[in-house]
Design a protein around this ligand. Structure first.
Ligand code: FMN
Ligand code: SF4
Ligand code: SF4
Length: 252
């Protein structure tokens, strides 16, 4: 069973590709996260958890959802992290979660995908992103084979300083930086509601045909990237920057 969390679609895309190869079913964790619920999973596994890297770690709401969910004792657990540079300390968090949940830990791999964090990073044109996604797809065969044959994934060593640095910045980053206060819809907004539908935290409500942002934002960047009119800005950080419309947009 493949359980994924995704903002702009990279992790969903990888989850669906692996599911095609392994014949597994996919579950979108956002369904439960939006309802603030855990789930009760009875399938014997293996379980494949797929999510983006946020600040060198798996997304906190995803980890919390897995913590609050029930799984069969000792089920094999694979972790696949999509990122735009490196998964850094993420394997440490995945291993720790596995110990807490009594999973049989099978390793964590990273898949390099297009950058989506346009507030702070350089965004790339579709041609560059298309190449990245194609390269990512070629690395999936061996991952799917490992899952299919219940073989552990080869995991890179995580440096101690990366773990220490991530543990130090993660909570303050969520508390002080991951705010929706900077978002606003511009005059180009057509009131389609796609930003609200894309938010995995249910943090956007439509008021008088315009989005209004709440206080549960985790900076997943789905709203601002997936708006079909590119009608969302975040303060001055995003003016004139390219948007990433998700992996499916690259192959239309
Ligand atoms: C809040 C935030 C933090 C991020 N932090 C990292 C990071 O620490 N390392 C990295 O390589 N990519 C980082 N990224 C890039 C994403 O991990 C990457 O684009 C991912 O594939 C997005 O997946 P999604 O489309 O499923 O949401 C970050 C993106 C966001 C929005
Ligand atoms: S997705 Fe864009 S155009 Fe549609 S309601 Fe949101 S801001 Fe407006
Ligand atoms: S409001 Fe925050 S959590 Fe919701 S889609 Fe936008 S960036 Fe993501």
């Amino acid at each position: 069973m493949i359980i994924f969390f995704s903002g702009t679609g990279n992790s969903r895309f990888i989850a669906e590709k692996i599911a095609e190869q392994t014949g597994d079913k996919t579950v979108d964790a956002a369904y439960y996260i939006r309802r603030k619920k855990g789930a009760h999973f009875t399938d014997s596994g293996p379980y494949v958890f797929i999510a983006p890297v946020y600040v060198s770690a798996p997304p906190v709401p995803f980890l919390q959802f897995l913590r609050h969910s029930a799984f069969p004792a000792g089920c094999p657990a694979y972790f696949v992290m999509t990122c735009a540079g490196g998964m850094a300390a993420a394997p440490w968090y995945c291993r720790k979660l596995s110990e807490e949940k009594g999973f049989s830990y099978m390793g964590t791999v990273e898949i390099d995908m297009p950058q989506n964090y346009l507030l702070f990073f350089k965004m790339h044109p579709p041609s560059h992103n298309r190449e990245k996604v194609k390269n990512a797809c070629t690395s999936l065969d061996s991952i799917s084979d490992s899952i299919h044959s219940l073989t552990p994934l080869p995991e890179p060593a995580v440096k101690k300083w990366e773990i220490a640095a991530t543990r130090m910045v993660l909570a303050p980053y969520y508390k002080h930086f991951m705010s929706a206060k900077g978002f606003r819809a511009t005059k180009d907004c057509i009131g389609c509601g796609k930003c609200a539908a894309a938010c995995p935290m249910s943090n956007i409500s439509m008021e008088m045909h315009k989005p209004s942002w709440g206080s549960k934002c985790i900076h997943c960047m789905a709203c601002i990237n997936l708006c079909p009119k590119e009608a969302i800005e975040y303060g001055r950080h995003t003016r004139g920057k390219l948007r990433y419309h998700g992996p499916d947009s690259l192959f239309r």
